[in-house]
Design a protein. Sequence first.
Length: 287
Amino acid sequence: MALVTLEEILRSTRKEKYAVGSFNAANHSMAEAILSVSEELGLPVILGLAEVQFRYVDLERFVPYLRQRIEGMATPVALHLDHGLSLETVYRGLDLGFSSVMIDASSFPYEENVALTRQVVRRARSYGASVEAELGQVGGGEGNLEQGTEADAAGYTDPSQARDFVENTGIDALAVSIGTVHGPFKGKPRLDLERLAEIRSLVEVPLVLHGGSGLSEDDFRRAVACGISKINVFTETSLGAAGALRELLAKGTPLGYPDLTTAAEKRIRDIVRGQLRVFGTPALKSV
Ligand code: 13P
């Protein structure tokens, strides 16, 4: 059975210095593209679905479909609820069968973030599921393609608070703010790697980098070297697929719907394949 928890899929990342890619799938076609690369390369992957993306699917049918698809795979896959914004959403995700959930209470005052996250950890344990939470603010907004966002250092994660947060909540993975944004960047990304290394030295659990779209290969490699274990990507696959459709439609040749989805899935596969190679999973040595 390939379905694993976030804790399991990230367990060796720190010691072996690699990151697992976490790609959000807002529909069946995106999910198939992402999972097929995991099968093709024989590599673990995290398949995410964020609360803001629930509007694209019938969640009660989509999650069981994904579980069944993943259980038939040979590679390990964690099925992750990304950015659950309330207890209600996260509990619904656990009932539906996500193997890990994120409670994002990062916009609340610190004590409230701790209290909500603790409640989620307690509940998730009875499902055998993992929990990710966020401290600090990663700017931007998923699905917001109108304009880029600049990273705001005022929202970066405080290293000593991160240690306190992990100890007080019992989470399995911590999302940190070190210079990325969700959605397109305004300006050039500049990661605060010193801060990341300090957080890494103070915190035992795997660290998560949100807002992976728009970073260079060099950014990824350095972030992994400084302790990132999970890298989240959505905008790049989403815009990439839309771009592939535009290019195809611009040719003006007769096209059917499957020609479009095939082109979009191919573009997503190319992006996911390239990024998994950069994130450096050890099994890649044989690929
Ligand atoms: P991007 O959309 O910027 O790649 O961020 C994805 C993400 O962090 C999902 O949680």
